[in-house]
Design a protein around this ligand. Structure first.
Ligand code: GDD
Length: 241
């Protein structure tokens, strides 16, 4: 299993970056890590460069000129991962809201199970979210209900940002057509995977809110998600997805 790359987008994650990289790269499974940093003013990328001398060919950094959203950061990372011949491509946040020791569960679902996309899901067995304000839990939970109603996808955590793709999924999706930049990007990727008839499975995880640094959630991200789901459904109906 030396064909796994964990893509971590970062913007101002100086308080988390070293520990998250160490937590992934110290596991007995030989994961590789790709950080996509948007020129964070807190110099997150400098810390990555420092750690590269320690982790040799297992830690990679792509720097972009300015903050351009989580979605385009992942698209950049997906293209990089395909070019560099990785077979299992993971998404994970930098802030420990996703437990890096759950990476292996996502891998198992794709490698030993029949999933093409495995999702670290907060809502597949009740509501497994720790320390989020109730308003954020309700918004996230009902966002998934809303996505299910509009798209017909039978998944419980449509906005999850902790996933593992088999290479074939990312090869089948036209990454240049991905249009959303915020959390709607997470919905769009799952919907495009579903429309291509790949197998999606949800693996229960516990999501714990960050204790260091700040969320980049904003009103424009919420608005994009609300209208984005409807747009995706309409595009599917006219066969232009
Ligand atoms: N490069 C880059 N990284 C970004 C950007 N915006 C956010 N990130 C990075 O993306 C990760 C997630 O961003 P957060 O802002 O911490 O997300 P959250 O509010 O905790 O949102 C969580 O819930 C969402 C809704 O359920 C999820 O969609 C999301 O993935 C995440 O799990 C972090 O590593 C953060 O640094 C950006 O513009 N550029």
């Amino acid at each position: 299993m030396n064909n796994c790359i964990v893509i971590i987008p970062t913007y101002n994650e100086i308080e988390n970056i070293e520990s998250i990289i160490r937590a992934v790269l110290s596991q007995h499974k030989p994961f590789h890590v790709l950080i996509i940093d948007d020129n964070s003013p807190d110099h997150t990328a400098d810390k990555v460069v420092m750690l590269q001398s320690e982790y040799g060919g297992r830690l990679f950094l792509e720097k972009r000129a300015k903050k351009s959203g989580l979605g385009t950061a992942y698209v950049h990372g997906f293209k990089w991962a395909l070019q560099n011949n990785y077979d299992f491509i993971f998404e994970m946040d930098a802030d420990f809201s996703h437990n890096p020791y759950d990476l292996e569960k996502l891998y198992d679902a794709c490698h030993f199970g029949d999933a093409d996309l495995s999702i670290g899901s907060r809502y597949v067995t009740g509501v497994n979210v720790v320390n989020w304000p109730l308003s954020r839990v309700l918004m996230s939970y009902f966002a998934s209900v809303y996505v299910r109603m509009i798209t017909g996808m039978k998944i419980h955590d449509a906005t999850a940002g902790f996933v593992c793709y088999k290479r074939a999924v990312l090869e089948a999706i036209n990454l240049d057509k991905i249009r959303f930049v915020g959390y709607a990007f997470q919905i769009e990727m799952k919907y495009r995977t579903y429309c291509k008839k790949f197998a999606i499975s949800e693996v229960p995880i516990i999501f714990t809110d960050r204790t260091k640094g700040q969320s980049k959630m904003s009103n424009s991200i919420i608005i994009e998600a609300v209208f984005g789901v409807i747009m995706l459904r309409l595009k599917k109906l006219v066969n232009s997805l």
